[in-house]
Design a protein around this ligand. Structure first.
Ligand SMILES: Nc1ncnc2c1ncn2[C@@H]1O[C@H](COP(=O)(O)OP(=O)(O)OP(=O)(O)O)[C@@H](O)[C@H]1O
Ligand SMILES: [Mg+2]
Length: 135
């Protein structure tokens, strides 16, 4: 099967779309969890259009320590119909962006997820271009 590299322009467009799209799915997963936790108020904070920081703080039921220890495990869920994949996917996206995700108790109640993403450099786009192939 012939493989050819994408043009710089097309690769950059794909990379730009990915940068915007995937942090949005991080917010969606974290927001769904906050609502499932019975939150009445959810605060979403972003910096740099979600490229460098996404924080979702809720006033839901909070995390018991034994649950907290397992939330990023694939298939770990305390919900009847949960797949347990939401946070596993979130942590994969964050790792893919060489970022960090932290979870803290929110005050006075609930949970706060903090996602930090490093600013993407031109070198990252070059790397994506190398990986991106058309058949
Ligand atoms: N904001 C939150 N407040 C309280 N518990 C949470 C919160 N976010 C996650 N959890 C706990 O972490 C577990 C794993 O979350 P994850 O998103 O990976 O799967 P899920 O939500 O159970 O399933 P799915 O994502 O398929 O709906 C949840 O079942 C829940 O116990
Ligand atoms: Mg979930």
């Amino acid at each position: 099967m012939p493989i050819r590299l994408l043009s710089t322009e097309v690769a950059s467009q794909i990379a730009a779309g990915e940068v915007v799209e995937r942090p949005a799915s991080v917010v969606k997963e974290l927001l769904e969890n906050a609502l499932d936790a019975g939150a009445k108020n959810v605060t979403i904070s972003i910096a740099d259009a979600g490229r460098t920081l996404v924080e979702v703080a809720d006033d839901g039921c909070g995390l018991a320590p034994e649950v907290r220890a397992r939330i990023f495990e694939p298939y770990f869920s305390t919900k009847k119909d949960g797949t347990g994949l939401g946070l596993a996917i979130v942590s994969a996206i964050v790792a893919d962006h060489r970022g960090y995700i932290r979870v803290r108790p929110n005050e006075p109640k609930g949970t706060r997820f903090i996602v930090e993403l490093p600013v993407r450099e031109q070198a990252d786009f070059q790397e994506i271009k190398k990986k991106a192939v058309l058949s």
